[in-house]
Write a protein that binds this ligand. Structure first.
Ligand SMILES: Nc1ncnc2c1ncn2[C@@H]1O[C@H](COP(=O)(O)OP(=O)(O)OP(=O)(O)O)[C@@H](O)[C@H]1O
Ligand SMILES: [Mg+2]
Length: 267
């Protein structure tokens, strides 16, 4: 684990070629060819298919999801809204295969999550997840929190620091890379968590209240980044938010209530 503290020599943005990522004015013009090749693999046009999913806790005393159905096209950016406790985070956790449904079927990028041969590989390769509580590792720097997410990834070890720095820079955190999470503000932590979720060029991004701690400028930057990932790389994004103005950034807004999706509104 400790080798992730290794800090590469300082690099200018022109040096960020080893990943094959073209650099445009210091901004991400990546995700890499990896995610594009995922797009080209010709999975079914649905990125996400949730069919009749129920999730119970406490032996059935709590029904967090209740016959939930959801279909998300590949490359769609959707927002999910709904009252506290209606099951939004539970849905994201199931989509990330962090937990399994009590009944029903979930397919992501053509993979049936109840038959995953290697769930951690699925999480590493298919999903970028930004938790509602950021879950950064407090004893690692911002940079190392991103590098550690690349363990076992396709990206060669020597390129990981460069890529982690590029992500931090994209999220306006270049000068915070050595700080540990307790030394970062809530909004900075949130942006490190977003950078970490992008570390492995996931074709599917699941984000739970990504702008909850951000001021309006930082929030607009993050939303613009999601929109660009969708537009340029066909990333599918499911974003949970309480903020109607934030939801407007998505192409489709869904309302959840009592463990299932209602009718689309707006957009
Ligand atoms: N591990 C758990 N054990 C028991 N109950 C749980 C568990 N996780 C979630 N719940 C319950 O399931 C319901 C849905 O929770 P969930 O976290 O999905 O809500 P949410 O829509 O994300 O709410 P919020 O907007 O407040 O984040 C809630 O009633 C919650 O208390
Ligand atoms: Mg939640």
């Amino acid at each position: 684990m400790n080798e992730h503290h290794a800090i590469a020599p300082t690099l200018s943005s022109q040096d960020i070629e080893p990943t094959g990522i073209p650099v445009q004015g210091g901004h991400i013009s990546a995700l890499t060819s990896e995610s594009r090749s995922n797009v080209e693999k010709g999975y079914a046009s649905l990125a996400i298919e949730v069919i009749g999913v129920t999730k119970e806790f406490d032996g059935g005393a709590v029904r967090a999801l209740n016959g939930m159905d959801l279909r998300v096209e590949r490359g769609e950016f959707i927002a999910i809204m709904g009252p506290s406790g209606c099951g939004k985070s539970t849905l994201l956790h199931l989509l990330a295969a962090l937990d399994s449904p009590t009944s029903g079927t979930i397919r992501v990028e053509g993979q049936d999550l109840s038959h995953l041969p290697d769930p951690s590989r699925y999480r590493r390769q298919t999903i970028g997840l930004v938790f509602q509580l950021h879950n950064l590792l407090p004893r690692l720097s911002a940079l190392a929190n991103i590098e550690v997410a690349m363990m076992g990834s396709h990206r060669p070890h020597r390129e990981r620091t460069v890529w982690a720095r590029q992500l931090l820079s994209e999220l306006d955190l270049a000068d915070r890379e050595r700080r540990h999470p307790p030394q970062l503000s809530g909004g900075e932590r949130q942006r490190v968590a977003i950078a970490r979720a992008l570390a492995n060029d996931p074709p599917v991004l699941l984000v739970d209240e990504p702008t909850g701690n951000l001021d309006s400028d930082a929030s607009a930057n993050v939303l613009a980044l999601f929109a660009r990932l969708q537009r340029e790389y066909g990333v599918t994004t499911v974003m949970v938010t309480h903020d109607p103005a934030v939801a407007q950034a998505a192409g489709r807004i869904l309302q959840m209530r009592d463990g299932r999706i209602g009718d689309p509104i707006g957009a």
